[in-house]
Design a protein around this ligand. Structure first.
Ligand code: NAP
Length: 336
């Protein structure tokens, strides 16, 4: 397979392959991890032109940054490294998630990430979640200081609304907005996508495969391993799972007709949001395995027809259940 196409993240941001790689599952959340296969997957990604590597300080409570650090350092000129701050965890309560946007916290979080990654500079630094109690201008102002200090090259936000993106952009240019955007999760289209298109901010859709559900890899998260994070997501459990599994059928049907996999059809739909909404779109499917990385990268060559896209568009409105058990920290909670 030849190298995938490239696009620019934001008006002045880095050029990256049109598909990135989510590294989260390599350390936590979706079942057993395998360091050797994870590192081989990172290497294969780069060979195929997948250059945007996505991690966060909370993935594995720092372990994910430590895992990819040596790989990033070995290929520093080719890798576009993205990490995130803001979510705090507690060792004694695995389900606890605090959101810290304080400037003082941001200053120490970036140093901790740089140390774990073993690099001098982060290419794209995201605020992972927004805490509305801290003025956005203060948080983005602190992030802008990191750019001035040479610790960070470009800024990003995750899970913000359109008005919040605009407010942040007025403080410092934002290269990318990372939000959950998939056949099942159409929330960003409400206000964030139009503002991003207007400002020239790229969209980086996370969980573009619906955490694996859209591929048919599992139909009921209640049957996944005891520590699998998806067991806590309402969309994928109980009655919601049964109804939502039926929504995967049109994806499978189109996949069979096109000689593709359901994962590839789901990714092609996300990728083609670029033309539909007129902005750069770089989905970051997550995988721990080379074989799936190759399958996913090949989806960048799949172009769905207008009829296929229209059929798939109908799925989002029929999804049952919320994407998180606690939606209070999401952009949905602040959409007006
Ligand atoms: N900003 C945020 O708040 C946020 C939230 C969640 C995630 N993220 C980022 O977004 C990335 C991607 O999201 P995600 O990992 O949650 O969900 P995803 O990409 O929608 O799905 C990942 C799941 O799908 C499976 N999978 C991948 N390719 C497949 C294929 N071709 N066929 C069948 N199954 C396949 C993976 O399993 P295998 O590993 O077995 O392939 C994994 O269980 C994460 O890694 C993380 O970097 C960000």
């Amino acid at each position: 397979m030849s190298s995938i196409e490239t696009t620019r993240l934001g008006s002045n941001g880095p050029v990256v392959g049109v598909q990135g790689l989510g590294c989260m599952g390599m350390s936590e959340f979706y079942g057993p991890t395998d360091t050797e296969e994870a590192l081989a997957t990172l290497g294969r990604a780069l060979e195929l032109g997948v250059t945007l590597f996505d991690t966060a300080d909370i993935y594995g409570s720092g372990a994910n940054e430590e895992l990819i650090g040596p790989f990033v350092r070995a290929h520093r000129d080719q890798v576009v490294l993205a990490t995130k701050f803001a979510i705090e965890r507690r060792a004694d309560d695995p389900s606890y998630r605090g959101v810290n946007n304080d400037p003082a916290y941001i200053r120490q979080a970036v140093d901790a990430s740089l140390r774990r990654l073993g690099v001098d500079e982060i290419d794209l630094y995201y605020m992972h979640r927004r805490n509305p109690e801290v003025p956005l201008a203060e948080s983005v102002g602190a992030m802008a200081e990191l750019v001035a200090a040479g610790k960070v090259k470009h800024l990003g936000l995750s899970e913000v609304t359109g008005p919040e993106l605009r407010e942040a952009y007025a403080v410092h240019p934002i290269a990318a907005l990372q939000s959950e955007w998939s056949l099942f999760s159409r929330g960003p289209e409400r206000s964030a996508v139009p503002v991003a298109a207007e400002l020239g901010v790229a969209l980086v859709p996370y969980s573009p495969l619906g955490r694996g559900f859209l591929t048919g890899a599992f139909a009921d998260a209640g049957k996944l391993g005891a520590d699998d994070f998806r067991r806590h997501l309402p969309q994928f459990t109980g009655e919601n799972a049964a109804g939502n599994a039926e929504l995967v059928e049109p994806i499978r049907k189109i996949a069979a007709e096109r000689g593709a996999t359901a994962a590839q059809v789901a990714l092609a739909w996300v990728q083609q949001r670029a033309e539909v909404h007129g902005l750069a779109v770089v989905p970051i499917p997550g995988t721990r395995k080379r074989s799936r990385l190759e399958e996913n990268a090949a989806a960048t060559a799949l172009k769905l027809t207008a009829e296929e896209l229209a059929e798939l568009d109908l799925i989002g409105g029929r999804v049952q259940g919320s994407r998180y058990a606690d939606m209070s920290n999401t952009s949905d909670a602040r959409e007006v």
